[in-house]
Design a protein around this ligand. Structure first.
Ligand code: F6P
Length: 357
């Protein structure tokens, strides 16, 4: 008999359901009795005891279903030790819910912030497994997170669609791609979509270099240019600012995002017509791609094995193509950024893609 709790926390992605299905099917196929408690809307459900008992039927037909059947919410890690409006100690409350339901384990699906709270609960003595979800692919200790390739597909489709209209009108187009701190998604979608310029947070851009790259294309007879710009792309000047100064600048920005600010500068420097497209949350929506369905199923099944073996306190990642248990204490609080000398970047530069540096 096993009693497990499931929760999904932070921004959603396409393969959350597929992963939970992997966990539950992996357990149900191997043990006689299984009770599954789904905590509603992330850590909120665990804090306030809002849960639903789930049956095998809940996990049927959800491999291809995006979103999460148990809902999600953002509950910042830094506020976990801060009592709620009614003075409730959230960490104690989560522990109480866990002990009241006599859970053998909590399986927590989420990104970096979620992982920090998972680690905190593990340090508090709960049996915890963390499964790495995010379209950003920025979790340290795993080569891949589920959600990433589904989002790459959508962002690439967006760039593909822009290509035909950009070419017809001879315009400069900016496609703004998700990724506040880390640029894996704009990097991969940019390369896959044949963007001419890719700007990511890890490589502060020089506006003059961006303009030069656009003008060089025009000189070479290419009437249009496509830029894949991370929502967290940052100029060389802004990269010099302190954290506080940058925060203040962003808060007082009159442009909706970095793309609009950059577009204005490019327009002034070149006189060219510029358009901006923001696929936004479509990148997190819809059905998981086949790669993510396989990854999620594998991660779910590997988590089920750890539960059967009574091994807790890990994230289940994938390293060199193999599922791997990574101690939460090792991974929590670290970000997997794009190395500025990543092979992908060097190769992209070799075919003439500009990173604005
Ligand atoms: O963490 C995933 C992510 O989609 C990031 O790429 C993006 O910056 C952020 O979430 C958007 O958050 P929200 O859905 O809260 O607007």
């Amino acid at each position: 008999m096993k009693r497990i709790g499931l929760l999904t926390s932070g921004g959603d992605c396409q393969a959350l359901n597929a992963t939970m299905r992997g966990v539950v099917k992996g357990l149900a196929a191997n043990i006689d009795e299984l009770e599954v408690y789904g905590f509603m809307n992330g850590y909120k459900g665990l804090i306030y005891g809002d849960y639903r008992m789930l049956t095998a039927a809940d996990f049927s037909g959800i491999l291809t279903k995006g979103g999460t059947i148990i809902g999600t919410s953002r509950q910042p890690f830094k506020l976990m030790r801060v009592p709620d409006a009614n003075g409730l100690d959230k960490v104690e409350a989560m522990k109480q819910t866990y002990y009241k339901l006599r859970l053998d384990c909590l399986v927590i699906l989420g990104g970096n912030g979620t992982q920090k709270t998972a680690n905190l609960l593990s340090e508090e003595g709960l049996n915890v497994l963390h499964l790495p979800k995010t379209i950003d692919n920025d979790i340290w200790g795993t080569d891949m997170t589920f959600g990433f390739y589904s989002a790459v597909n959508i962002a690439t489709d967006a760039i593909d669609c822009i290509h035909t209209t950009a070419a017809s009108h001879n315009r400069v187009f900016i496609v703004e791609i998700m990724g506040h701190k880390v640029g894996w998604l704009p990097l991969y979608a940019g390369i896959a979509g044949g963007a001419d310029i890719i700007l990511i947070p890890e490589i502060p851009y020089d506006t003059e270099k961006v303009v030069e790259a656009i003008e060089a294309r025009a000189k070479a007879g290419k009437g249009f240019t496509i830029l894949a710009v991370a929502e967290g792309a940052i100029s060389k000047e802004d990269a010099q600012l302190s954290k506080k100064e940058l925060k203040r600048k962003i808060e007082s920005r009159t442009h909706p995002s970095v793309s609009y600010e950059l577009a204005e500068k490019i327009q002034k420097a070149t006189g060219l017509e510029i358009r901006i497209t923001v696929p936004g949350h479509t990148q997190r929506g819809g059905s998981p791609c086949p790669y993510d369905r396989v990854l999620s199923t594998r991660i779910g099944a590997a988590a089920a094995k750890l539960i059967m073996d009574g091994e807790y306190g890990y994230m289940v990642g994938v390293v060199n193509g193999k599922t791997k248990k990574v101690p939460l204490a090792e991974s929590a609080g670290k970000l997997k950024t794009v190395p500025v000398d990543a092979q992908e970047i060097r190769e992209a530069k070799r075919i003439g893609i500009s990173f604005g540096d």
